[in-house]
Design a protein around this ligand. Structure first.
Ligand code: SF4
Length: 440
């Protein structure tokens, strides 16, 4: 079967390193999925993807190593449970991320993220964009995730009618030219958001060259001219969207803290996902949540269910109490699967984890296999980015890395560059124990 990789992108499909293999990204609103959907994904992964899945930092799920013949039955299987990869890759509004930090305002964040996801997914007015457009919704500024979105929304309290207000951050992004989003507006009524986002997207589509992000448009125009253009482009929607009647929040039945199931480097087997789906069905309202750190969270439906769920997770060797505490490790697929990858990120992560002292459990790490920075290294305490390949003594090619450290509320700054693989762990340990000194 011959397929044009470019036209597949809008359906969430990328060609991998091996040009005969593909990755299917499944777009999940706010990282939430039902037990039924998770079981179906596990089945599809067993049939087509070697029984493996990858959880992303934006709450999506990826199936790797697919053959062209796998793609149609895989799509049919996803559609059967109300899922697809539409807009998960290519020039589209990507899956709307939700921080899943379970802050006091998580309910509002998830409800908004799901609503935005429904509005933008598959709508031709928001496809065929110059490049990707990322929206994220967060309960606070703590993790800095609003800084890396084309449009980042942060909960900002309630208006006198009790409706949510949002900060709107604009034109952020990582990649080869990281740029922190700027605060566009401070207390925007939720009812205004769709019109505002449409205005931003109108400017983006009209002014960005192919392959460029919103950050490039703002860099070229300057903030004041962008604001003026936005004021002209923002039109009230003809029919205000109705407020939801029964609520749209999944997986948060009470003020319960979630039980986190740590998934190393976001790599989970289909068998483990099926087990988690079944546990979610029995104890957590039938909902699984993919977190921004590539883990799975389950929120028990009652105190009794929580105790039972903890015990079941322990028996399966899953969950916080079953495993020794580990630092957060966000890891992209790197050269294991991604054709942009310069480094075997999971191997790098395992080697680093083995070299870390016990007190590193409180440090967050993120490793990206190329400067695209899909694991969000500039938001980790220590970020590691493979930047190039260099000939090594054995005649092969070995990756070099840059190191980033996040020292304030902004994006992490580069503190070391061009580190050979053999020196990486020592360099990380040295930098972790010394004051951060950004490179000029
Ligand atoms: S950071 Fe680079 S190597 Fe990693 S998944 Fe993204 S594009 Fe691929």
């Amino acid at each position: 079967m011959s397929l044009d990789p470019q036209t597949l992108r809008l359906d969430g499909i990328y060609q991998q390193r091996d040009p005969a293999r593909f990755m299917q990204r499944i777009k999940l609103a706010a990282g939430a999925l039902s037990s039924l959907q998770a079981e179906q994904i596990a089945t599809l992964a067993e049939r087509h993807a070697g029984g493996r899945l990858h959880l992303t930092t934006r709450g999506s799920i990826e199936l790797h190593d697919l053959l062209a013949v796998d793609l149609p039955p895989l799509l049919a299987g996803l559609l059967a449970v109300g899922l697809s990869g539409r807009g998960a890759c290519g020039g589209a509004v990507r899956g709307v991320a939700c921080s899943t930090t379970f802050s006091p305002h998580y309910r509002e964040c998830q409800a908004l993220a799901r609503r935005l996801h429904r509005y933008f997914t598959g709508n031709p007015r928001f496809e065929g964009l110059p490049k990707k457009f990322k929206i994220g919704v967060d309960g606070d500024r703590q993790g800095g995730r609003q800084l890396i979105q084309d449009c980042g929304l942060v909960f900002a309290g309630n208006n006198p009618e009790g409706e949510s207000l949002w900060e709107v951050w604009c034109a952020g992004g990582l990649g080869r030219e990281p740029r922190a989003a700027f605060l566009l507006r401070e207390r925007v009524d939720e009812t205004e958001l769709l019109a505002l986002l449409e205005g931003i997207l109108t400017i983006y589509r009209a002014r960005a060259a192919a392959g460029k992000r919103l950050k490039h448009v703002v860099a070229e125009l300057g903030e004041p001219a962008f604001r003026a253009a936005l004021a002209a482009a923002t039109r009230p929607l003809p029919t205000p969207p109705p407020a939801s009647g029964l609520g749209t929040v999944l997986g948060i039945p009470a003020d319960e803290a979630p039980l986190l199931v740590s998934i190393f480097a976001g790599e989970v087997s289909a068998a483990a996902l099926r087990q988690l789906a079944q546990l979610a069905g029995e104890y957590a309202g039938g909902v699984l949540l993919i977190t921004a750190d590539q883990d799975v969270a389950l929120v028990a439906s009652s105190e009794k269910a929580r105790t039972a769920l903890q015990q079941r997770l322990l028996l399966l060797g899953l969950g916080e109490e079953a495993l020794p505490p580990q630092p957060v490790f966000r890891v992209c697929p790197g050269s294991h699967e991604c054709k942009m990858g310069l480094a075997p990120t999971r191997d790098v992560a395992r080697a680093l984890l083995g070299a870390l002292p016990p007190d590193a459990v409180t440090t967050s790490f993120a490793i990206s296999g190329c400067p695209n920075s899909c694991s969000q290294p500039q938001l980790a305490a220590i970020g590691i980015v493979a930047t190039r390949l260099e000939k090594d003594a054995q005649g092969g090619r070995s990756p070099r890395f840059d190191l980033y450290r996040r020292i304030d509320n902004g994006l992490g700054l580069r503190t070391a560059s061009d580190i050979p693989l053999a020196d990486l762990n020592m360099t990380v340990l040295r930098h972790r124990n010394s004051p951060a000194a950004p490179l000029p």
